[in-house]
Ligand binder design. Structure first.
Ligand code: 5AD
Ligand code: SF4
Length: 442
């Protein structure tokens, strides 16, 4: 038998893309590939791209320019672009970088093996259609190098978005909101648990809008979580990313009732100004958001909150920006992501008059200083506490492991590598911005 061909996948962007990369790796492993960490030795390189950040497409083109010389060294090398930039750019990618063999949008990954065969026979392959069928069913379970080792896994339950926030490309690149049937998700979760997974993060662009088909009608995310929590051996459940308007009463209640559901919620608000929220087409006010937060906190008082913010959205005044800072003061996020607005072609906000760049930068700086302060306070509040830590992988120093607290904080401690996958009690002794350190107390 000939040696397996080597596959290198570079993943950009969100957890959805990390998961997709694992699924694509699984699909190509079934077609005779083996994953590698080095592009130099690869026979297939896939750039799994994300379109949400500024100049995403340009960054992909420059990466492709850097990869092109590898083709001179290995004439069998094929290069593909997948993900949201593939979806958005389509044929244009072949025009701008002729070294590319394959362009596949997020809705067509199940056709990857056929497309790989076409590419091997010297053709170019493009697929950026939105098909009717359930693409999840045609892919083998995720099998990338990460999936083999880790006691944690991602599981996509929902894709796409119908919300059409005025700044966002997701409804165009990922298409309409679609939920997977509940029993398929549960079967996949059981399979993951059998392979040693202790923690599952349910993924969706708008995950809390999940409404998958079940035997007795549509299943909500809360109901799905309760069903998953009944799986023996599954220890922890998380989900991301949510929209405030879909934080239903049953999901809020689940945070108080389902022990396996971790006390962490990523709930983007984008702005604290009602005027800007309206211009963003977010369909909620700052007060409505704060009301959801209050209810979640009533159900689960220790919950760690996370959010996303955009500063300098077209029309944002100093007063609007101050309202965002005020909202942050009220919520006191454990962790948050903030971005300068940048126009995405084809989105409703793209033509609007922009806030000057230096104003955006100054606002981002101020917001991040505040968010960092709150994050540091949250981290420090852990010192002296004993937290159950799920051990994941070797840490920075020999003999160390890194794991996660219930609040999604990285925790470093002395522990044996063989203990990966176990949840152990750890007394927290020190905090840094992005991690904690501690010692086992069992
Ligand atoms: N400009 C800046 N930030 C954006 N995001 C999405 N689109 C844009 C854009 N055009 C941010 C939002 C979203 C996160 C994933 O990325 O905050 O929640
Ligand atoms: Fe984009 Fe999220 Fe708004 Fe959907 S809800 S349009 S994914 S920002």
């Amino acid at each position: 038998m000939s040696a397996p061909k080597k596959l290198f996948v570079k993943t950009y962007g969100c957890q959805m893309n990390v998961y997709d990369s694992e699924r694509m790796t699984g699909a190509l492993e079934a077609a005779g590939y083996e994953a590698t960490d080095s592009p130099e030795t690869a026979d297939m390189i896939l750039l799994n791209t994300c379109h949400i950040r500024e100049k995403a497409a340009e960054k992909v083109y420059s990466e492709l320019g850097r990869l092109k010389p590898l083709k001179a060294r290995n004439p069998d090398l094929k290069i593909g672009v997948t993900g949201c930039v593939a979806q958005a750019e389509g044929e244009e990618i072949f025009r701008r970088q002729p070294a590319v063999d394959l362009v596949v949008g997020p809705q067509a990954y199940h056709r990857l093996p056929q497309m790989e065969a076409a590419v091997r026979s010297g053709q170019r392959a493009l697929d950026t259609d939105f098909p009717e069928e359930d693409k999840f069913d045609h892919l083998p379970a995720a099998r990338g190098p990460r999936a083999r080792r880790a006691p944690t896994a991602f599981l996509t339950v929902q894709e796409g978005c119908d919300k059409f926030c005025a700044f966002c490309v997701v409804p165009y690149t990922r298409g309409a909101e679609v939920s997977r049937p509940a029993e398929r998700i549960i079967a996949e979760a059981r399979d993951l648990v059998e392979r040693g997974v202790a923690e599952i993060t349910l993924l969706g662009q708008n995950v809390n809008a999940y409404h998958g088909a079940g035997p007795e009608g549509p299943v909500t995310l809360a109901a799905l979580i309760r069903q998953l929590a009944a799986i023996d051996g599954l220890q922890r459940i998380r989900f991301t990313t949510s929209h405030p308007n879909d934080m239903s009463a049953d999901l809020i209640a689940a945070h108080g009732e389902v022990e396996k559901l971790m006390p962490y919620l990523h709930l983007p608000v984008q702005s604290g100004s009602d005027r800007i929220l309206k211009a963003m087409n977010r369909k909620h006010t700052a007060d409505a958001y704060l009301d959801v937060i209050a209810k979640v906190r009533a159900a689960r008082p220790d919950i760690a909150l996370s959010g996303d913010f955009i500063v300098g959205f077209p029309g944002e005044t100093d007063e609007d920006f101050e309202a965002t800072l005020a909202l942050c003061e009220q919520v006191r996020y454990a962790q948050a992501y903030s971005f300068k607005y940048s126009a995405r072609p084809g989105t409703p906000a793209a033509g609007r008059t922009e806030v000057p760049e230096d104003v955006k930068s100054e606002r981002l700086h101020r917001l991040q200083a505040l968010l960092s302060r709150h994050q540091a306070d949250f981290q420090e509040s852990m010192i002296g506490r004993i937290l159950p830590v799920l051990l994941e992988k070797p840490g920075r120093l020999p003999g160390q492991m890194v794991g996660r607290s219930p609040y999604l904080q990285a925790v470093h401690l002395v522990a044996d590598e063989a203990a990966a996958g176990q949840i152990v009690p750890v007394r927290i002794t020190a905090s840094e911005t992005n991690s904690l350190s501690g010692e086992r107390v069992d």
